[in-house]
Design a protein around this ligand. Structure first.
Ligand SMILES: C[S@@+](CC[C@H](N)C(=O)[O-])C[C@H]1O[C@@H](n2cnc3c(N)ncnc32)[C@H](O)[C@@H]1O
Length: 319
């Protein structure tokens, strides 16, 4: 090729490379800005409450340790209104004891739940779930225990912490076999606890880790997310003594921990890693195609597999 023509080709190539680099930089900035906008939008939707838990039409939900059954009622009416029959709501107390502790509110909530088609079971020990035929015949996508508490009135703090850690450990061990099988989208346990002292000393993260589980995510538990829910203590609601309107939990900054099997978490991480690799490769392929198209437009006679161009791509696609 005559030197003049070669020089022209080289400078054209440089211009194209510059344009490509500019385009890539612009794309990077745009996706960064899109991510910021997305986060802002999320914060706008749930300003102080964090994200809402997701329930789908295929969820099968098992609730453990209900107090007055107002949480079960809220889920049935506001999150699973299309399939309340997929909920089993349970409490530790006998039916008679429940109505003594939580009086008419529990009676009326249980009646509503039954009308909606929710299964209500009494005297269910969350640490021995496999014992119950009615429970073990199903598998669940979510097993939820809100504000678990051994409630033994133990005054010694260390002893109290150990009793609650034991409750959590035994709950996890008994719930895992009832989670739905591998391959189904969500199979998780939700445990909500206060984050102030001494609850933070329960150290749920370490508990989960040392027993082959992992914390998939956490989100703030704000009662407003669950219309009609009214937190209750194990001992019951005492007019004039117990605090109403969830005051007790709001000040304690409760958090929901989404606990999964460690193996399930690792499989999910691997899936999202593979997804990210595929997305990157797709982007690279698109960029390469665009580059070739422009080159062809500029010089229709040029062969598509030009030698040094391909090498350029290899060099500049790592970010
Ligand atoms: C602080 S109350 C929370 C009640 C209710 N979940 C709420 O959010 O209002 C703790 C609950 O844990 C229950 N509980 C304690 N040990 C349990 C066990 N082994 N199995 C099932 N529930 C248990 C108690 O009966 C009590 O209802």
């Amino acid at each position: 090729m005559p030197p003049k023509k070669k020089k022209l080709k080289t400078s054209l190539k440089n211009v194209l490379n510059l344009a490509e680099a500019h385009k890539r930089e612009k794309y990077k900035q745009q996706s960064h800005q899109a991510r910021i906008a997305q986060t802002k939008q999320k914060q706008k939707t749930h300003p102080k409450h964090g994200r809402k838990p997701k329930f789908t039409s295929t969820d099968r939900v098992l609730l453990i340790g209900e107090g007055n059954f107002s949480f079960a009622k809220s889920i049935a009416e506001h999150y699973m209104a299309s399939n309340p029959g997929n909920i089993i709501a349970t409490c530790y107390d006998s039916e008679q004891m429940l109505y003594e502790k939580y009086a008419d509110e529990a009676k009326s909530n249980v009646a509503t739940l039954k009308e909606l088609g929710v299964t209500v079971l009494f005297e269910i020990d969350g640490t021995k779930l496999r014992k119950y035929k009615d429970l073990r015949k199903n598998r669940y996508t979510k097993i939820i225990f809100n504000f678990p508490h051994a409630g033994a009135g133990i005054k010694d703090q260390d002893h109290n912490i150990r009793a609650n850690q034991k409750l959590l450990n035994e709950f996890f061990a008994s719930a895992v076999p009832l989670l739905s099988k591998e391959g189904e989208t969500s199979r998780e346990m939700h445990v909500t606890i206060k984050t102030c002292k001494p609850y933070d000393l329960w150290d749920i993260r370490t508990l989960a880790k040392t027993t082959g589980k992992a914390i998939k995510t956490t989100f703030p538990f704000h009662p407003d997310i669950y219309p009609g829910y009214e937190h209750r203590r194990t001992l019951g609601f005492k007019e004039g003594v117990s605090k109403g309107e969830n005051a007790e939990i709001i000040k304690a900054d409760p958090k929901t921990f989404v606990v999964v099997r460690k193996s399930a978490m690792e499989a999910e991480k691997e899936r999202s890693k593979q997804g990210a690799i595929k997305r990157k490769k797709d982007l690279q392929r698109q960029a390469l195609l665009g580059k070739k198209k422009r080159k062809h437009l500029f010089n229709p006679k040029a062969e598509s597999s030009d030698d040094d161009d391909d090498n350029d791509d290899d060099d500049d696609d790592e970010e």
